[in-house]
Design a protein. Structure first.
Length: 271
């Protein structure tokens, strides 16, 4: 064979290796086990952190400033004061800095009584009996909320990102920011989801659907500077802080977490 042809063929093979798509991440390499029922995934490009929580081992809690002398704290402070293993925003809040933008109830306490007709997801936990899953995101387009709402002591309304049909239902947009979200997988685990990479919610949703997470549905919690995720268990500790929002402090990357009024946290069950 002519040496020029051989060099050309070797060059083509090298290009194919260089520009071929990366292999799909195997499911068993996605998660790092922290404890029974508690797993962590950290992706680098884009930067995504996911805490997977098995409700057989951990209880979910809603903590509200409206139940705690209207005291707003960073997510880390909420965890330290209430002995939480991990916590994330419980949703966007109104101009008063206390009430959720949609319906929010925690046992007998009502943080926000209005069901927001534009927001089609409600995170539900603390069930009253065993006829419903321990935790779920109720999709208001797929399920009967009026029938289900009395089955749970804790309800937190948010915006759908992934529907009960595993479809991206967030409209395309140009604005980008850091994002905190809550997911449920098909094994009924809860997922705290956070991205430090500045993405549109639509694009971030597509990325989540492309990962081997077995997602059932996902609900948007918060974006930009207020979005925060804190975790501390078995020697692993981190605090993820939102820092960017299109049109708001675009060149500012904050180093200090902001106090927020409402968080979703987890505590280990005694078995």
């Amino acid at each position: 064979m002519n040496w020029r042809i051989l060099l050309f063929l070797l060059f083509i093979v090298a290009l194919g290796v260089l520009f071929s798509p990366p292999p799909t991440l195997p499911r068993d390499e996605l998660w790092k086990r922290i404890d029974d029922g508690l797993f962590l995934s950290e992706l680098r490009s884009p930067q995504i952190t996911i805490v997977k929580i098995d409700p057989n081992y951990y209880s979910f809690k809603l903590l509200c400033a409206s139940e705690n002398n209207k005291l707003r704290m960073t997510v880390k402070k909420w965890c330290q004061r209430h002995n939480l293993v991990s916590a994330i925003n419980a949703g966007m809040f109104q101009a008063d800095g206390i009430r959720n933008v949609g319906y929010m109830k925690n046992f007998n306490h009502i943080n926000s009584p209005r069901l927001n007709t534009r927001h089609k997801a409600v995170l539900a936990f603390n069930p009253v009996d065993a006829t419903v899953p321990e935790i779920q995101i109720i999709d208001l387009k797929c399920q009967d909320f009026e029938r289900l709402k009395d089955k749970y002591q804790t309800l937190i309304q948010g915006i759908r990102m992934i529907s009960c049909k595993q479809e991206n239902v967030w409209e395309k947009q140009d604005k980008r920011w850091t994002i905190a979200a809550f997911g449920i997988d098909k094994a009924k685990n809860g997922l705290f989801i956070f991205t430090e990479t500045h993405l549109s919610v639509h694009d971030f949703t597509n990325i989540l659907l492309s990962l081997p997470l077995s997602l059932y549905n996902v609900m948007y919690l918060e974006g930009g500077p207020e979005a925060t995720l804190y975790f501390s268990a078995n020697g692993v500790e981190f605090e993820k802080i939102g820092s960017y929002e299109t049109g708001l402090d675009e060149n500012h990357f904050q180093k200090n977490a902001r106090p927020i009024p409402n968080v979703i946290g987890i505590v280990k069950k005694f078995r």
